[in-house]
Design a protein around this ligand. Structure first.
Ligand code: GDP
Ligand code: CA
Length: 337
C-alpha cells in the first residue's frame, strides 16, 4: 500500500495521524510501503470568522500536531503560547471573549485571512501554511486537504427558556467552547453542507487510495460533516480501496470531546457498535468494510459482524505513538485480509 487517505477532525484525527505516520516510518504497518503517502481530508465545518479572521480549528490542529507545533497539554493551539492580544481585546470590551486566540496562533489566522482576501481558495491557503508545518518533515508525502473550499458551518440548537421557540441556535464553537457542551444538543444543523463542492483533490484522494481510514474522530461533527459533502459518500462507496474505521467511543464513553452529546442528538446510541453500524457496511449502502472497537467493547464484535462489517477488538487508547501506531497496524490488517 502506498496511498492512504484519512478523513479527519481535529484532536482525535491528528493524534491518530501522528501514530499512523510513526507506524509508516518505523515499518510497523504490514504491507505499507516506507514511502507511503498520506492524504488528510479534514473537516472544515468547525471554521469560524472571529475578530475579522478566518479560523480553521481542525485544519490547524492537524497541521500543528504533525508539524510539532501543537501545545501537547491542551491538544490545540500553539506550544509556548502567550495571550496578550486576547487580553488587549478584552480590555477594549470586544466580544466575543470566550474563543481562545493565542498570539502565535494569530499569525496563522492573519496569513490565512490575507490570502483569502486576496482571492486564494482555502485549499491553496492551507497548502501554503503546510509548507511551513509539513513540508520540512514529510516533503510531499503528507497532504492536508480541506473537505471543501466553501463556507460550511455546524450550528447546534440548544434549549433557551427566553426564546419563544424554546431554543436558540449557536455556532458549534460556541456550543463547545463557551457552553462546554454542558447543555443538551437538541439538533445539529450544518449550514451550507448540501450545496458544498468537495475541495480540489478530495474525491480523487478517496477514489485513487489503496486504503481509506476513518480515524477515531467525532462521528457527527467531524467525520459526519465530511461524509455530508456531496460526492464524498459516493466516492467511498465506489473506491476499490478498503475503508476501515476506528471507534471514537470506548466503553460507552467518548474518551474526550463531546461525541456523546452529539450522537444522542442524532439518535445514535453511544456505543462502539452503534457508531460502526451508523457508518454501516458498504455492502449495505454504508461507507465501511471494517470497524475496530476497543478491547473493553469485545462483546460488541459479534453485533458489528452480524451487521456486515469485519470487526476486531484491540486497544484503542491513543496513549503514545507506539500504541497509536499499533491501532493503525490493526486497522490495516483488518481489511487487508
Ligand atoms: P476534534 O475535532 O478536536 O473534536 O477531534 P476529532 O473529531 O478528530 O476527535 C474527537 C474524538 O476523538 C472524541 O470525540 C473522542 O471520541 C475521540 N478520541 C479522543 N481520544 C481518543 C482515544 O485515545 N481513543 C479513541 N478511541 N478515541 C479517542
Ligand atoms: Ca473539530
Amino acid at each position: 500500500m502506498r496511498d492512504i487517505t484519512v478523513l479527519s477532525g481535529g484532536m482525535g484525527g491528528a493524534r491518530f495521524l501522528r501514530g499512523l505516520l510513526h507506524g509508516i516510518e518505523h515499518r510497523l504497518l504490514p504491507g505499507v510501503a516506507a514511502d507511503a503517502r498520506v492524504t488528510v481530508v479534514a473537516n472544515t465545518a468547525d471554521d469560524l470568522w472571529i475578530h475579522g479572521l478566518k479560523v480553521c480549528p481542525d485544519l490547524d490542529t492537524v497541521m500543528y500536531t504533525l508539524g510539532d507545533g501543537i501545545d501537547p497539554g491542551r491538544g490545540w493551539g500553539r506550544r509556548d503560547e502567550t495571550w496578550s492580544t486576547k487580553d488587549e481585546l478584552a480590555a477594549y470590551g470586544v466580544e466575543p471573549t470566550w474563543f481562545g486566540l493565542g498570539d502565535r496562533d494569530l499569525a496563522t489566522h492573519l496569513v490565512r485571512t490575507q490570502m483569502l482576501d486576496a482571492g486564494y481558495p482555502l485549499s491553496q491557503v492551507t497548502e501554503a501554511l503546510c509548507r511551513r508545518w509539513l513540508t520540512p518533515t514529510f516533503g510531499d508525502r503528507v497532504r492536508l486537504l480541506p473537505m471543501t473550499d466553501e463556507r460550511v458551518e455546524t450550528h447546534i440548537a440548544v434549549p433557551d427558556a427566553d426564546s419563544p421557540s424554546g431554543r436558540r441556535v449557536v455556532h458549534f464553537q460556541e456550543y463547545w467552547v463557551r457552553l462546554r457542551a454542558a447543555v443538551p444538543a437538541e439538533a445539529v444543523v450544518v449550514v451550507g453542507l448540501d450545496d458544498a463542492t468537495p475541495g480540489p483533490g478530495v474525491v480523487d484522494a478517496i477514489t485513487d487510495a489503496d486504503l481509506v481510514v476513518l480515524p477515531p474522530s467525532n462521528p457527527v461533527v467531524s467525520v459526519g460533516t465530511i461524509l455530508g459533502v456531496p460526492r464524498v459518500r459516493e466516492a467511498l462507496t465506489a473506491t476499490a480501496a478498503p475503508v476501515v474505521g476506528l471507534s471514537p467511543i470506548v466503553g460507552g464513553s467518548h474518551v474526550r470531546g463531546m461525541a456523546e452529546q452529539l450522537l444522542t442528538s442524532i439518535g445514535v446510541e453511544v456505543s462502539a457498535a452503534a457508531v460502526g453500524l451508523h457508518y454501516g457496511p458498504r455492502s449495505g449502502g454504508g461507507v465501511l468494510d471494517g470497524w475496530l472497537v476497543d478491547e473493553v467493547d469485545a462483546a460488541a464484535v459479534e453485533r458489528v459482524a452480524a451487521g456486515g462489517l469485519a470487526c476486531r477488538a484491540v486497544p484503542l487508547m491513543m496513549t503514545d505513538l507506539d500504541a497509536t501506531a499499533a491501532m493503525a497496524a490493526a486497522a490495516v490488517e483488518l481489511v487487508a485480509r
